[in-house]
Design a binder for this molecule. Structure first.
Ligand code: FE
Ligand code: FE
Ligand code: ZN
Ligand code: FE
Length: 210
């Protein structure tokens, strides 16, 4: 008997705990709802996703702008012609991507605002650290490629998610623009491996040092 009672109390406590945890995400919409609970839940999720979508756009907008500043420094540190070209080409593309994001903001009726992306800030800093810690030549080139690929992969993940969010939200024109950028980021990623990394001549550097 006592055990059963205890269990019931525990179960009740658990339920209350879960409710309290879920509350913050729902609280915003709770005030602006109607009689039916179903409508309430739907509105809440859609509003929340839209807010997350806009916030993520601001984040990647900051990231693209930060990259416009960071890429020239990486190109300047690179030795391989292919790598310098890959970085400079991607700089032009990155400038277009920032402008494309401004178009996305306007399509969804939002102001283009940049909000600091801690992840990109960290990835760029990591790249700077690698450049400082390596000697100019094939090894620094390899380090620059490693840092760039982490950046591209972050962007691929971000644009993939943004395109999925836009699809769910019915922002079809935005989806097309986000998918265009996604394709460019994937191309940059493969250019860095194929055209840049595979053409670094580590043997030649060894001979030079002897
Ligand atoms: Fe980009
Ligand atoms: Fe971010
Ligand atoms: Zn990228
Ligand atoms: Fe990029």
């Amino acid at each position: 008997m006592k055990t059963a009672e205890k269990n019931t109390t525990a179960a009740k406590a658990k339920t209350t705990g879960a409710k309290t945890k879920a509350a913050p995400s729902k609280s915003k919409t709770a005030s602006k709802t109607s009689a039916t609970g179903v409508v309430k839940a739907k509105t809440s999720a859609a509003d929340g996703l839209r807010e997350l979508f806009v916030d993520s756009l601001k984040d990647i907008y900051w990231a693209e702008k930060a990259l416009v500043k960071a890429l020239p420094k990486m190109a300047k540190n690179a030795t391989s012609e292919n790598l310098v070209k890959a970085i400079n080409d991607h700089l032009t593309v990155t400038q277009e991507q920032a402008a494309r994001l401004e178009k996305v903001f306007s399509l969804i009726g939002e102001k283009a605002v940049a909000k600091k992306c801690d992840a990109m800030d960290g990835l760029i800093k990591e790249g700077q650290g690698i450049m400082e810690e390596t000697e100019k030549g094939p090894v620094r080139d390899a380090g620059i490629i490693a840092a760039s690929q982490k950046i591209e992969h972050y962007e691929i993940a971000t644009y993939g998610t943004l395109a999925a969010f836009a699809t769910t939200l019915g922002e079809d024109d935005a989806v097309l623009l986000l998918e265009k950028t996604l394709a460019e980021e994937k191309e940059a990623d493969s250019l860095l491996t194929e055209a840049a990394y595979n053409t670094i001549n580590f043997d030649a550097a060894e001979e030079d040092n002897e």
